[in-house]
Design a protein around this ligand. Structure first.
Ligand code: ACO
Length: 370
């Protein structure tokens, strides 16, 4: 038995949800470029869960269900109020999502209908939880969700407390489409491993949030913004990045296990970043990002991934930096839950082996003899 570090190149499951073939990302066979230009996040979520794009009636029903389930139980809001105000936002999200299960009477109902319903509930409630957490830690009352056409609109409304501009809704909606699913990424694999024990969907999503939190995965978007803030100015970009590369430090938002010739989602986020920066009149973050790309791609051959331009996009939308990864989780909930449903459909326990590298033949020595 020989281990492959990081399971690189290992095909661990079959899936008909999304694929990355020759650098092209598809959801259910639709090219991400096509979906990013044309589909709403709600259409994409339906596509991931049900395997086809919804017709008007099906989409209207989904939007109605998302609105119906968007409020979270008062007990969960009360619990969020007890979290330390400076707690990590992904830790808060992980805890709150886990606690939703306590108040869902069908949390352990494993029928396909109940599981799909819970997927929709989780998708509806995760934005409400994040917005509530963001306001509560500022000493403000959370804003209840309203009847909205889109999750993007409802989230920005609950977060910022005003009706968002159409341009902001469209930008967030597109970002959600771009992040919705990504084959067997670390957090999706985590979700599948959890539910393959026949544990419940809340456990699957809770463990996925834990995996997404890390800076080598979803946490990179926040780390990119921290880096941009640290650099501070266009003039400082070249010496700062050169210094990091000379120290063999990683530049967050670059590189990918699967894409070696560029992440197809990055170009959409770069374009959005430019367009939003022009609207806000602050091109500083965008120009610094372009300069960083020039250096890192030029010197290391590494291309930006989905997280790199997300940072300046979300900053232009006035979203606090530590909510970037929770927003990733809003979107990826659609993919996680689609994979969980697929795992249940054709389940087998996921239990690989480890190549043992420890010592052998040891004999027990009584404690006084050690
Ligand atoms: N900056 C500088 N060098 C890098 C970077 C980077 N961002 N990414 C990879 N490299 C280098 C490594 O140092 C390594 O060099 P070496 O062979 O000289 O030691 C080589 O490229 C291979 O890197 P690994 O880390 O082994 O590649 P792996 O496939 O395991 O990791 C990962 C992929 C985690 C995405 C990596 O590129 C990375 O850490 N990037 C920064 C974090 C990031 O942006 N994560 C978000 C990924 S997208 C997502 O999850 C949503």
């Amino acid at each position: 038995m020989t281990a492959t570090k990081g399971l690189e190149g290992i095909v661990a499951t079959t899936s008909s949800i999304s694929s990355i073939i020759d650098g092209v990302l598809t959801y259910r066979g639709f090219d991400i470029d096509d979906l990013a230009e044309n589909a709403s996040f709600e259409e994409v979520a339906y596509l991931l869960w049900c395997g086809k794009l919804p017709n008007r009636a099906e989409l209207a029903q989904l939007v109605q269900d998302l609105n119906k389930y968007a409020a979270v139980p008062d007990s969960v809001i009360e619990q969020i109020k007890t979290y330390p105000k400076d707690t990590n936002s992904m830790a808060a999200l992980r805890t709150a999502i886990s606690s939703l299960a306590l108040y869902d009477p069908e949390a352990n109902d494993m029928t396909p209908e109940a599981n799909l319903r819970k997927a929709i509930k989780l998708q509806a409630q995760i934005p409400t939880i994040i917005a509530a957490f963001a306001r509560i830690r500022q000493g403000k009352e959370p804003i209840a969700p309203k009847q909205c056409e889109s999750i993007a609109e409802n989230f920005l409304y609950m977060l910022l407390g005003t009706d968002p501009e159409p341009v902001a809704i469209q930008a967030l909606d597109k970002a959600l489409v771009l992040h919705a699913d990504h084959e067997l990424n670390a957090s999706t694999f985590t979700a599948r491993v959890t539910v393959a024990t026949l544990s419940d969907i809340y456990s699957g999503v809770t463990s996925a949030i834990g995996a997404l939190k890390g800076p080598l995965h979803g946490g990179a978007n926040e780390a990119v913004m921290a880096m941009l803030e640290d650099i501070g100015s266009l003039e400082n970009t070249v010496p700062y990045i050169n210094g990091k590369l000379a120290n063999k430090e990683k530049i967050m938002g670059f590189g990918h296990r699967v894409y070696k010739n560029g992440d197809p989602r990055a170009k959409h986020l770069q374009k959005m970043s430019y367009e939003l920066s022009k609207i806000t009149g602050n091109l500083n973050w965008y120009n610094m990002s372009i300069k960083i790309e020039e250096i890192v791609t030029g010197q290391k051959g590494l291309k930006p991934n989905v997280d790199f331009y997300s940072a300046s996009v979300y900053t232009s939308l006035e979203i606090p930096r530590d909510l970037f990864t929770p927003i990733f989780a809003i979107s990826r909930t659609s993919g996680w839950t689609a994979h969980i449903l697929e795992q249940y459909e054709n389940n087998r326990l996921i239990r690989p082996r480890a190549e043992y590298t420890g010592v052998s033949g040891q004999k027990y020595i009584p404690i006084d003899g050690r």
